[in-house]
Design a protein around this ligand. Sequence first.
Ligand code: FE2
Length: 241
Amino acid sequence: MVNFGNIWQYLAVQSPLQATFSGNSTTMNIKTYSLPELPYAYDALEPHISGQIMKLHHSGHHQAYVTNLNKALKVHASALSAGDIAAQVALQPVIKFNAGGHINHALFWTNLAPAGTPETLFPDAAPTLSAEIDKTWGSFDKFKEAFAKELLGIQGSGWGWLVKAGPSSLRIVTAKDQDPIVGGEVPIFGVDMWEHAYYLQYLNGKAKYVDSIWNVINWKTAESRFQAGHGDFFADLKSLL
Ligand SMILES: [Fe+2]
């Protein structure tokens, strides 16, 4: 009987993932997630985000979320097969944290692009989204000001997102830790406000990081997510994971 009082200790001793689990009368397939490749080189976002940060962030932090998610899903499948409801419940926070980390970073990498590329040109790369931003906040500058205020107001670690809350309704939301946007809203783009996203380059200059990130926002991706229906967006997200 596994003691789930220390789930991390238990996860750490799990054997490598297997493709299937046999229950009493069913076979359960367990999807194994993998780290998606970046759509650009580690140093491609310089000078706004250093290659050192990108390499550690992608190959270290994001990889850890993927590894720990796979471990947790395997243990969860065992608990499901055994009918161990207490173990299933105990695993929920671990799955939420690591799946959220995987989802958030997969979206983040694809909502960034090297500065000066056509994808980063606003409003040209996002004509319908820019019109909706103007309609909602009055101007792009006012939107950036409101977004920065929300990002800099996050206490501890978290994310800030521009989301589509309805057919053409925009709003800014923040999320704690790795909580993902998986309800009825469609995330258009997000900014990682964990210290690992900026500290090696900006130190305690969090506002400078927020100011710089506008140079590398992929507005083409943002436009596509803004125009996508809810189902289309999650199909696209699934393909990234
Ligand atoms: Fe991160």
